[in-house]
Design a protein around this ligand. Structure first.
Ligand code: AMP
Length: 281
């Protein structure tokens, strides 16, 4: 494991000399099987995988969320060792290693993608994401980098980031990994009370029903239906439900068979904010 880019570079240059391919899996740690699925995609495609573990302060718009974000580095490293011993390199930088003495975001535009959904509800979030992902891609210089569809807007934004900044890394989107009861795995799930954990699969259940309804009904009707379901649920509070075009992430007004849509939810279970999404067509 490396805590600074100099040590990481020393290690990477050894691999680089023998022209081996590098995959990057950026994470904020508190690893779960969703993260491991990304690592496995990376290992299938590359000679080795750099897993970065860094709770990036600039992408948190909520100080409490940053403070309470689970940090379990030792356990994370052990978990990664169960996947592969030799082919995984852990890069867990300090804040100084990434930001020196200036812990601020750069400002980005991503063709408008940054203004929708998470961008609207979490001001500054995607500037923080853009800053850290660009930095990690510059440091690691991977051939491919792996991102989960769990954070679908982030995935689209990172694709835009490499396009705009001409970064020679292929961005690979990976499917959402779920618990047996359907809840999308997330590091934040660890902080749910047992009551809220039991209630949380409702989110995916509602997304699946919304998908069925979208086959025959308008986006507006489906949205009204979903809103009502959450109104009747006193453990989960809906922040937004949206059916959007995957390219622009703008809410669908009139359905077109030529476009691809996804439904997105953000909801609070107590003070834990959960997000999920589903492909509709
Ligand atoms: P995080 O540590 O939450 O920032 O996530 C790091 C990466 O893992 C991101 O690309 C996430 O989209 C991805 N990820 C997190 N949870 C899941 C999941 N349940 N299934 C697939 N990918 C995930």
């Amino acid at each position: 494991m490396f805590h600074n880019k100099l040590d990481l570079h020393n290690c990477l240059s050894k691999y680089g000399q023998s022209s081996k391919s590098i995959g990057l899996v950026p994470t904020m740690g508190a690893l779960h099987h969703g993260h491991l699925s990304l690592v496995n995609f990376g290992l299938n495609d590359n000679d080795f995988v750099v897993v970065s573990i860094f709770v990036n302060p600039t992408q948190f718009n909520n100080v409490e969320d940053l403070k309470k974000y689970p940090r379990t580095l030792e356990r994370d490293v052990k978990l990664l060792k169960t996947v592969a011993e030799e082919e995984i390199i852990v890069y867990a930088p300090t804040v100084e290693d990434i930001y020196a003495d200036n812990v601020t975001s750069k400002t980005f535009t991503f063709g408008g993608l940054e203004n929708e959904m998470e961008g609207a509800f979490r001001p500054g979030h995607f500037d923080g994401v853009g800053t850290i992902v660009k930095r990690l891609l510059e440091i690691v210089k991977p051939q491919k980098a792996y991102f989960g569809q769990k954070d679908f807007q982030q995935l689209q934004i990172v694709k835009k980031l490499v396009e705009i900044h001409k970064i020679p890394t292929e961005i690979v989107g990976c499917p959402i990994f779920r618990a047996d009861d359907g809840l999308a795995m997330s590091s934040r799930n660890e902080r749910l009370t047992s009551k809220h954990r039991a209630a949380a699969p409702f989110i995916f259940k509602t997304l699946k029903s919304a998908k069925l309804k979208f086959g025959t009904e308008s986006a507006l009707k489906v949205t009204e239906w979903v809103t009502k379901q959450f109104e009747n649920n006193n453990l989960l509070e809906l922040e937004y439900f949206l059916i959007a075009d995957v390219e622009t992430l703008k809410p669908v007004k009139r359905k077109s068979t030529k476009k691809t849509y996804r439904a997105f939810i953000a909801a609070y279970a107590g003070d834990i904010r959960l997000i999920d999404n589903i492909a509709l067509n």
